[in-house]
Structure formats: C-alpha cells, structure tokens
Design a protein around this ligand. Structure first.
Ligand code: HXC
Length: 514
C-alpha cells in the first residue's frame, strides 16, 4: 500500500473508532439533553487545540460475552489541549459505550493521562458520565478505580484537579471526583450516588428518585459534594474556563496576572455595610466593591451560604476571599460553613493564592444539633486551615468579631499577616446583651428596676468593648481604617507580602480534624 492508501486506512479506522457507541446510543444520549463525550471536549477546549491519545485502545475482557463486544476507545476519550491558551489534560467518559463503565483498559487510559498531567504539572479535567465499575470485568475494574484514587491523592495539592459530572455517576465514578478539588454539576443531567435508587429500595426498602437522591441541586445545596452548579452544559463549560483563569497550572506557580481594573462604580463600599450590627447586608457586594471589575467568582454558592468563599482579583492578582455572610444565619460558623471555609483556605494555600478574610460574625452556632453534629471537630478545621496556611493572609473586621469567631477568622493569633478593622468593628468575647446578662447577673437581679439596670449594663459593656480600640491598644489589630480605603490597603498588603517566606516545623504531614 502507498502512503496515501495507508493514510486513507488510518482515517477510516479513526472514523469508526470515533463513532463511540453508534447512532442509536448517541440518539439516546442526545434525547436526554446530553452532549456526547467528544462534543463536550471540543466545546470546553480552545478551538482546534485537542490532541487525542489511545483512540484505538480495545478491551480484552472475555467473560459474559465480552469477547463478542466491540467498545470503541473502551468508553473514554483522553487527550491534551488548551483553555485560553493554558495547557490541560482531559478525559471524558463516553456513556454511549457500555454506559461509560470502567473496565481495565478504560482505567488504563485515564491513569495514563493522569500520570501525564502530574508529570507535566498541568491541570487535569475529568468529565464523568459512567455507571461505575464495569460489572463484567469484576475485580479488574475495581483495581482500575483503586489506581485512579491513588493518583488523585498523589496529585492533590500539586496540580488542580477538576471533575465534571455529566450523567448518572455511580460507585467509583463519584469517589474519584470527591478526591478532586472542584466538582461541577448540571441541572437535570448530573446524578451522583454510591448506590442507586434500585439498590436502596432492595436493601433498605426506601423509595426515592435518582434526582432526589443525588441530582445536581442536591449535590450543590445539601451535600456540598459539588462546588459549581450550572443550568446547562455550555454554562458549565464557561464556569470551568473561568475557574482556569483564576488558578495556577500547578503548586510551583502563581495564577496568571491580568491587567488591573477598578471595581464598578455601583459598588460603593461605604454604602453597603449598615453600622447597626443587627442589620444584615450581602457581603458579596463588599467583595465586589473590592475586586477588579467587581468580578467575584463564587465557589459553593448554594452550600452553607452563611459563609462566602471564592476568587477575585486585586490589582490583577488572584485572591481567595473568605467572608461571613450576615444575610444567612447572621454569618455564624457551623459544621458545614466550617468545612467549606477550611477546604477553600487549604486550596488557596496549596496553590499560592493569598487569602483575604472579611469578618462579621457573632461566633460559632450554639445548640444541641450542632454539638451532636460535631461542631467541635468541624469548627476546628477553620482554626487548623488558617494556622497551617503560609500564603499571605489579610483580615478586615467589618463589624462583629466575637468569641471563637474572632480567633477563628484569621486572627493575628493564628498568624494573619495583617489585621485591619473598620470603625464599626466590635471585638469582644461575646455580644453586649449576652455578656451583660452573665457578668452583671447579680446587679440586674438585685436592682429595684432590673430591666433598667440591664439596659444600663449593656450600654456600659458596649461603650467599653463594642469597638476596635481595645484590640488596637494591644496591637492585635494593625490599624483602624476608613472603609473607603480598604481596597487600597489590601493592594498594598498583598504587594508587600509577595515574597513572604515562613516555614513550618518539619513533619510528614499534619493530622487535621476530619
Ligand atoms: C457494565 C453498564 C454499567 C456497569 C451501565 N452499563 N452501567 N455495563 N457495568 N456498571 C450499561 C448498561 O448495561 C447498558 O448497556 C448501558 O450501559 C446503558 O445503561 P442503562 O442502564 O440502559 O442506562 P440508564 O437507564 O440511563 O441507567 C444508568 C445507570 C444504570 C443508573 C448508571 O445503568 C446503573 O444503575 N448501572 C449500574 C450502576 C452500578 O451499580 N455500578 C457499579 C458501582 S460499584 P446496553 O448494552 O444495554 O446499552 C463501583 C465499585 C467502585 O463502581 C467502588 C469504589 C469505592
């Protein structure tokens, strides 16, 4: 055969392999409102940037009639490409081929591209659409998952790992995403569960739909398994692309800097926060008043909304924000918000992203439910994450900073680099009402007019402690600042911290509270 004929033969083979599960299976996929694995990769990556590997891989299973089955590419597409010019490694499971189930060769393709991403120190994106371990391949498919989990763990904190759930993902297909940094879900399309409704019905007699059990909203709002929720696949890909602009390729680099831009005029910081500590406001507007172009990219927006975390840029540099949200539960720390904050802080620390903390909270949430849900160990994660982090850490106390909340939200004592307070800050062991009731209990009880005495004692306590100046007198905060100077002060704090260099005692690894 001539070169031309051989090339023709290659193109023919390639066209066949690229058919995936064939027309009928593709029609079924499309009817469910889902793109095919190949369409997804092409939609996500820069135009013409995708390079595919292992297209001609075939499975070698023989049991349960598998010897008669042709599974193109063994149900997964792998390769490299770019997003806004930044290189990424990618795999997309093809549900049209045996339900995207994971057999030995399928797993080998994934682990090969994972090894590549770790070796090349570039982000890994996994598009998951799979019924889990391929049942016909038995323990070999379990081995495949084990190899993937091991690599997810090895790569954790070295390269960004992004998981996209775009189908019914069961068993192993959800544990790998759970080991990665960011999980994206799409309304009505994504389902995540360890065992599906049928198994649950058989074993426990409970009836539930797939959507109610592990649909996109459940994962984004209730479980916290998902970090980003989108209405459709294209919106999801836009979110991934945006995330890629905020994070570095690996832990040895900083995120790409962009040309600085002033925040938009409609966000005036001095008009957002009411001075009355009982009045709520949306802390995301404060962040928008601080970041370039008022562009705040929120992470886990729908989960534990009493804390807000996400990325923005200050003077062109990526910054991670952790902010109490007075709009929800007065911004308290509880089990879920502690988990959310701690994980985000650890992400920023691993990938050289400075952390800015905006503080306004009455403390940790009290109550039997919280105590029994383990608020002690969950809450401790915030203390651990801030104490452990060595990236630049700046805190702005907007209003309330009471008790454990004061310490936990990146206080000087956990080694914040800079702590600033607005004149509206109140820094004390607890709020004036609660404090007066405890320390002046006897005076109030014995007074002729207990209510008048209570009010007077609350006023006394407020005058003494409900301000930033006691903490400023001790040097626990560095400066009391005018709100409108906050962005300028943040810019400077981050600039002077650019070469921050602090060590940690030598250890194999710490043992964070889980
Ligand atoms: C082999 C599978 C498969 C699997 C689906 N298929 N899952 N083949 N192994 N795990 C095949 C189906 O036989 C079918 O093939 C095709 O994929 C499409 O599946 P359908 O059932 O027709 O699709 P749908 O109705 O949309 O349902 C999707 C599903 C369901 C919810 C994912 O297929 C399902 O429940 N699958 C099994 C899920 C599961 O229990 N997996 C094992 C998890 S244990 P044909 O040829 O008919 O088109 C696990 C261990 C690791 O993963 C644990 C690590 C900790």
């Amino acid at each position: 055969m001539s070169l031309k004929q051989k090339t023709k033969e290659l193109l023919k083979r390639r066209a066949i392999a690229e058919q995936g599960g064939g027309d009928k299976a593709i029609q079924k996929q499309t009817a469910m409102g889902k793109m095919t694995a190949r369409e997804r990769i092409l939609a996500l990556l820069d135009k013409d940037s995708f390079h595919e590997y292992d297209l001609f891989v075939e499975h070698d299973a023989r049991d349960f009639n598998m010897d008669k089955k042709v599974l193109h590419g063994d149900g997964v597409i792998t390769g490299t490409g770019t997003i806004y010019g930044s290189p990424v490694c990618i795999f997309a499971q093809d549900f049209t081929v045996a339900g995207g189930s994971l057999g030995v060769m399928h797993a080998r393709k994934i682990t090969k591209i994972m090894d590549h991403s770790l070796k090349m120190r570039v982000p890994l994106i996994g598009i998951n659409d799979s019924g889990g371990a391929r049942i016909q391949e038995g323990v070999n498919s379990l081995a495949g998952y084990g190899e993937i989990f091991f690599r997810n763990t090895l790569a954790s904190g070295v390269i960004p790992q992004i998981s996209v759930i775009l189908g019914p993902c069961a068993g192993g297909a959800v544990y790998s995403p759970a080991l990665t940094d960011f999980v994206f879900v799409v309304d009505q399309i994504s389902k995540m569960f360890i065992t599906g409704p049928e198994v649950i019905k058989t074993v426990l007699g409970e009836e539930i739909t797939m959507e109610e059990l592990g649909g996109a909203l459940v994962q984004a709002e209730k479980t916290g398994n998902a970090h980003f929720y989108a209405k459709n696949e294209m919106e999801c890909f836009d979110q991934i692309k945006k995330l890629i602009t905020f994070i570095p390729w690996n832990n040895g680099q900083k995120a790409r800097a962009f040309p600085p831009k002033e925040p938009r005029k409609e966000y005036k910081i001095e008009d957002i926060v009411p001075s009355d500590p009982k009045k709520p406001y949306d802390v995301r507007d404060v962040i928008r008043a601080l970041v370039d172009d008022s562009d705040f990219f929120e992470v886990q927006e729908r989960f534990a909304a009493n804390i807000v975390v996400g990325f923005g840029r200050i003077n062109g540099e990526t910054v991670g924000f952790v902010a109490n949200q007075p709009l929800v539960l007065a911004g308290v720390l509880d089990t879920d918000s502690s988990d959310k904050a701690a994980r985000f802080i650890r992400y920023c620390d691993a990938f050289n992203v400075p952390v800015v903390t905006l503080e306004d909270l009455p403390g940790y949430l009290p109550g039997v439910d919280q105590e029994h849900a383990g608020v002690i160990r969950h809450g401790a994660k915030v203390l651990y994450a801030y104490s452990e982090a060595t990236v630049p850490k700046v805190t702005i106390i907007l209003r309330k900073a009471y008790g454990g909340g004061y310490i936990a939200m990146n206080s000087r004592h956990l080694r914040a680099d800079f702590v600033f307070a607005w004149p509206t800050a109140e820094i004390a062991v607890m709020g004036p009402e609660g404090a007066a009731n405890i320390i002046f209990r006897k005076d109030i009880k014995e007074a002729d007019d207990p209510e008048a005495m209570r009010k007077q004692k609350v006023k006394e306590y407020k005058e003494k402690f409900a301000n930033p100046y006691v903490a400023a007198a001790k040097g626990y905060i560095d400066s009391v600042i005018e709100p409108e100077t906050t962005r300028r002060i943040l810019m400077h704090s981050i600039e002077v911290s650019a070469n921050k260099n602090v060590g940690q005692p030598k250890k194999k690894h710490g043992i964070p509270p889980f």
